[in-house]
Design a binder for this molecule. Structure first.
Ligand SMILES: [Mg+2]
Length: 171
């Protein structure tokens, strides 16, 4: 169960203490796209998010790592002007391996909204993990089914064991 506990848990990408990450010598931020940076039913990145990413680029190397197909992720990557790995099939490591070829594990953090993909991948990989609450509850049908059948019971189990409680942010 510990594989699902993020190192840091915050409400959204704006609540993350990036100064603290800098102090911890984190050099690379890898963001999930859908419901982490933008609502999963939209393709336009809002101004606030664009500003945040622009500001963070001064201190960090930033990548996008998404399970979405390219026709969707390309639209987002272009607005943010970032390198993007699409169709990543997280929690599989294939695309993360490509990014990590150039970096040390201790320098990298992965930020996402899902336990079964983002957090599991980061923890399996031994890099720092940050969970944020999903921006929307809109999901493609397959994700919706996965959430209902797997993620929801997982959250309940984690909450029962007090490993992770939704809305109780830390780090
Ligand atoms: Mg997501």
């Amino acid at each position: 169960m510990k594989i699902y506990r993020p190192d840091i848990y915050q409400k959204d990408v704006f609540s993350i203490n990036y100064e603290k990450l800098k102090q911890k010598k984190i050099k690379v931020l890898i963001y999930d796209i859908d419901d982490t940076l933008i609502p999963s039913n939209e393709t336009k990145v809002n101004e606030k998010t664009i500003k945040l990413i622009q500001k963070l680029k001064k201190d960090f190397k930033i990548f996008l790592l998404t399970n979405s197909p390219r026709f969707r992720s390309d639209k987002i990557k272009n607005q943010l002007d970032l390198e993007c790995y699409s169709f990543s099939m997280k929690p599989f490591k294939y695309n993360l391996n490509k990014i990590m070829k150039n970096y040390d594990k201790k320098d990298v953090v992965l930020i996402g909204d899902r336990l079964l993909t983002d957090i599991k991948l980061a923890n399996n990989y031994n890099i720092m993990s940050i969970l944020v609450d999903p921006i929307t509850n809109y999901n493609f049908i397959l994700v919706k089914i996965m959430k209902k059948l797997k993620e929801e019971p997982l959250y309940r189990e984690l909450e029962k064991k007090k490993i992770l409680i939704r809305g109780r942010y830390y780090g």
